[in-house]
Each structure stands twice: as structure tokens, then as C-alpha cells.
Design a protein around this ligand. Structure first.
Ligand code: MSP
Length: 507
């Protein structure tokens, strides 16, 4: 009997459209794409959401600096994100923009819920008060005096702006106990463990109620019932995870909420591990199951920023390394979840070693031998040799476990080890000698090598969609379906193969 397909809803942060995408944005979305592809391969019912965050003071200011209306500017930059993701082979189920009517409608419904909500301590969830605060426009958030570094924003090192206005506040303080319990008990699993501790630490230090409306920010969704105020951009942005599903009552919302996995970078932990669960509780909605927080990368040791002039354009990278090359390089720089450094100078070597000389060379070698010694046909053999089968099975288990643990680099290392093992088998068996000394041994050896290649094709599919599609065509495997590793029927005629990853000359 077929198992019920698992319902898998995965989200990325939605990205500010104040600038074009850089590899940081692509990094998170690519990781989500790998997981979405993997769940699809296993027959899961997958909804993979990404998109753009288009309101707020920052976007309005950038638009003005570019002499565009905020909407024009958002349209252009949102398209650049969509395009960059497409050029990296990222296939989302949906792409949400917060200026879309469907988002605005869902946000209105959610805000109404909040307006009518009572906290666990019996207070109204929203209240009005005067707000004085220090605002960093680049972060789109307020800081307290003690959070500043030398009187400036601790992240952007730029001056903060004193703001005073009458705002609507969310009574976060009444929800903090419940949020702490949810995080502590893993009702919302915050991963990796150190990020869970960080979230609990933030709650321990005490977090104040926050204002959910803005008087001065005009580029936003009007706050229902509050003439002249807009909804705080972060509050409505978080709701994208619901609006894309058609909250409050569309079918996808009923089917996919709560999210299975929300991927974020460590910079926005507080919003996702504390504010978001509290807002959901107030609206009476279930909490996301897992929040995976990945690290940040620096470029050759420096923070990536426009002023440093070291921002890497992901689309430019694909011109050099191809779609799959970039996907591979980005995911193997350092373990997902940790911070790390991206050294562009090492991309070429890594590409040549792991892709040109690794999978690319192995595939060419195996297929060339099948053409040379077996007339281009899958040889007739007694099935796969037990030791080869064991190696494949072990690799498959490792890859599955690693993907369950968000350890992309571990999954890829296991697949690399399988390729190396295949290469070693060729070197040991020396088919070119057997062809004259003991040709009767060749069919089994070639059959085993083809089995390794088929396994690699399946295991690598979520990571390298283009390459594995080419290999599937060559091996006559058709569309990827299921994560079971198929066997090749003896006698099947195989097409020749073009180099998958042409070697790049040293720079
Ligand atoms: N719009 C908010 C998120 C709202 S979600 C409801 C935002 N946008 S952002 O454009 O600044 O994107 C932040 C995200 O981009 C990070 O959380 C991370 O996923 C990714 N990254 C940005 N720079 C990065 C690095 N240098 N390294 C790794 N990821 C990076 O915050």
C-alpha cells in the first residue's frame, strides 16, 4: 500500500527589494530548493514558498534615491529576485510579494484577529501607547539605548533615528511564557541547538512589547481602523507565510499550515523564534514545526556589503560555473547552520576537483567503457554485486539522514565518497586489461559501475537538477520519480554523453 504522502511546507525569508539579490539571498533559497526537491522525490506533497518583502521605510528611501515610485522600484527588484532564483534552477511552488492584493487581504484578516484577541493573562492583545524609540532604517527595527554600539546601530554601524509617535502595540509580554515553553519543549523546534539557546536567552533577558503600527511610514499596508497609520513592515512580512496559502480559509492554507520547515539566516532569529510564534498564538493559529537557522558567510573574511565592494552576484557566477556548479559550490563552502567564509579564489579548484574530475569524469569514464566494451548496451550480469549494493545502500542512508538533519555538506560528501569508490573499482579492475586477459569478467564490472552511476543520479537529484536530468536521459531513466534507485535492464542501449562539467583552466 502506498504510504500517505507527507505534507511538506517549506519557506524562506522574503527578501527586501531595496537592492538586487546577492548570494546570501540565494543561499537560503537554494537550501530550501534542495529540501523541497528531496521531499518531492520521496512523493511528498510539497509547497515551497519564497518571495519579496516590499513595504517599509527602507524600500521607500531606496526607491526615492533611484527616482522611482516604491511600486515601480519593487516591481523591478522583485523580478530580479525571481530571475536569479530561476537562473539557479530553483523551482518554488509560489513566489509571494507583499504588495499583492492577496497578501494585503490576508493581513487584514490576521490583524482583525489580533484586534479581537485576548492574551493568556486576560488583556487585549493590542493597545495604544506613545512610542519613543531609536530606529535603524536598514534593519527596519527599533533599538534600545543599551543595544547600540557607540550610539549607532550594532549591525549597520549607522546612526539611529529618534522616533516619537502614538502607535498600536502588541502585548508580547503576556505571551512570552508560552513562547518560552514552545521553544523549550520543541513544539517549535529551533535548530541548530545553539540557536534554540540563543532564542531562550533573548527571552530570559526580557523583551518588550513592540509597536505594530507606524505613523511616519507611508509605504505600507494601512492599519485597519487607524487612520494615517500603516502596519509595521515586519509584522505584515511575517504573515506572508500565511497569505501565500490563502489565509484565512483557502484550501492550501488548511492543507499546508503549519509550516514544516522555516529556513532563515541568524540575523532574523528574534522575529521568527519569538515575535512570530507570539503573533500566531494571539491569532489562534498552530506554530511552525521547525525553524532552521543558518549561519552567515563573509567573503574572503569580510562582511559582504556594497561599501566593501565584495557583493557576489549569483547570476554572474552561473555564467562561469553553470547552474549546478554554483549550487554545488554554495552548499559546500561550510556546514549549513554555521558561519563561514566564502573564498571565491577557491571556487575553480573545488569545481575542477569535485565536479569536473569527480562526478563528470566518473560518468564519462563509465559510459565510455560501456560503449567500448559492451557496444553501448547495458551488459547482461547477475544483478549488482553484493559489496557494491551494500556501498550504495549505506550511502543512501547517510544521504537521507544528512538531509533530515539539514547537513547538505555531509550528504554531498557521502555521494563524493561513492564516486571515489567507483573510481577506485575501475582502477583496481583495470577493464582495459581485462578486455584482452579475461573479457568474461567485464559485464559484471560494467554493470556494477552503471549501478553506482544510477545511484548517484538519484542521490544527487535534489542538488544538481540539470546534471542528473542529463544523466537520466543518457541512462534511459526518464523523469525522476521516487527516491528508489532503479536498476537498468540488460540490453538497453545507452546514448553517449557530453562532458557534464568541462574542466576550467587555472586562473
Ligand atoms: N525582509 C526581511 C525578512 C522578512 S521574513 C518575514 C529580511 N530580508 S533580507 O533581504 O535582509 O534577507 C535576509 C536573509 O537573507 C537572511 O535571513 C538570510 O537568509 C539571507 N542572507 C543575507 N545575507 C547573508 C549572508 N551574508 N550569509 C547568509 N545568508 C544571508 O531580512
Amino acid at each position: 500500500m502506498m504510504e500517505k504522502p507527507d505534507i511538506f511546507y517549506i519557506t524562506t525569508p522574503i527578501y527586501y527589494v531595496n537592492d538586487k539579490p546577492h548570494i546570501g539571498h540565494v543561499y537560503t533559497t537554494l537550501a530550501a530548493d534542495v529540501l523541497a526537491r528531496w521531499h518531492r522525490l520521496r512523493g511528498g506533497d510539497v509547497f515551497f514558498l519564497t518571495g519579496t518583502d516590499e513595504h517599509g521605510a527602507k524600500v521607500a528611501a531606496s526607491a526615492a534615491a533611484n527616482r522611482k515610485t516604491p511600486q515601480q522600484f519593487a516591481d523591478e527588484n522583485s523580478e530580479r529576485f525571481r530571475d536569479a532564483f530561476k537562473k539557479l534552477g530553483i523551482v518554488g511552488t509560489d513566489f509571494i510579494r507583499t504588495t499583492e492584493l492577496r497578501h494585503v487581504k490576508a493581513v487584514r484578516a490576521f490583524m482583525e484577529k489580533l484586534q479581537n484577541a485576548t492574551t493568556p493573562k486576560g488583556n487585549p492583545a493590542l493597545y495604544e501607547a506613545d512610542y519613543r524609540g531609536l530606529y535603524c532604517i536598514a534593519c527596519e527595527r527599533f533599538y534600545t539605548e543599551k543595544e547600540l554600539a557607540d550610539g549607532r546601530c550594532p549591525i549597520h554601524k549607522r546612526p539611529v533615528e529618534p522616533v516619537k509617535e502614538r502607535n498600536v502595540f502588541f502585548r508580547l509580554s503576556d505571551y512570552l511564557d508560552d513562547v518560552r515553553n514552545a521553544v523549550e519543549s520543541d513544539a517549535v523546534r529551533v535548530l541548530p541547538e545553539e540557536r534554540k539557546r540563543e532564542a531562550l536567552g533573548l527571552i530570559e533577558q526580557g523583551i518588550e512589547d513592540f509597536s505594530v503600527s507606524r505613523e511616519k511610514v507611508k509605504w505600507g499596508i494601512p492599519f485597519p481602523g487607524k487612520e494615517g497609520q500603516t502596519i509595521y513592515v515586519w509584522v505584515e512580512a511575517l504573515q506572508n507565510y500565511l497569505s501565500a496559502l490563502g489565509y484565512p480559509d483557502a484550501k492550501p492554507f488548511q492543507k499546508f499550515w503549519p509550516a514544516s520547515v522555516q529556513l532563515i539566516g541568524k540575523d532574523i532569529l528574534k522575529f521568527h523564534a519569538i515575535y512570530w510564534p507570539a503573533l500566531l498564538m494571539a491569532a489562534g493559529l498552530p506554530l511552525p514545526k521547525t525553524l532552521f537557522v543558518h549561519g552567515f558567510f563573509t567573503i574572503n573574511g569580510d562582511k559582504m556589503s556594497k561599501s566593501q565592494g565584495n557583493v557576489i552576484d549569483p547570476v554572474a557566477l552561473t555564467k562561469e560555473y553553470g547552474i549546478d556548479g554554483v549550487r554545488y559550490l554554495l552548499l559546500t563552502q561550510f556546514p549549513f547552520g554555521q558561519d563561514g567564509d566564502v573564498q571565491q579564489g577557491r571556487f575553480r579548484d573545488k569545481y575542477n576537483t569535485d565536479l569536473a574530475n569527480g562526478i563528470g569524469n566518473f560518468a564519462s569514464r563509465v559510459l565510455a567503457m560501456v560503449h567500448k566494451y559492451s557496444g553501448g548496451e547495458v551488459p547482461v550480469a547477475e544483478g549488482i554485486s553484493p559489496d557494491v549494493q551494500t556501498k550504495i545502500d549505506e550511502t543512501r542512508v547517510t544521504v537521507h539522514d544528512a538531509l533530515d538533519a539539514f547537513a547538505f555538506e555531509r550528504a554531498l560528501a557521502a555521494i563524493q565518497a561513492l564516486i571515489t569508490d567507483g573510481d577506485t573499482r575501475i582502477d583496481r579492475a583495470k577493464p582495459w586489461q581485462l578486455a584482452t586477459s579475461s573479457p568474461e569478467q567485464l559485464p559484471q564490472i560494467l554493470y556494477d559501475l552503471l549501478a553506482v552511476l544510477v545511484a548517484i543520479t538519484v542521490l544527487l537529484a535534489p542538488f544538481l537538477p540539470e546534471t542528473t536530468a542529463k544523466l537520466r536521459t543518457t541512462l534511459g531513466l526518464g523523469e525522476a520519480g521516487g527516491d528508489d534507485i532503479p536498476t537498468l535492464p540488460p540490453g538497453r542501449s545507452l546514448a553517449p554523453i557530453e562532458p557534464l562539467f568541462p574542466r576550467l583552466a587555472k586562473q
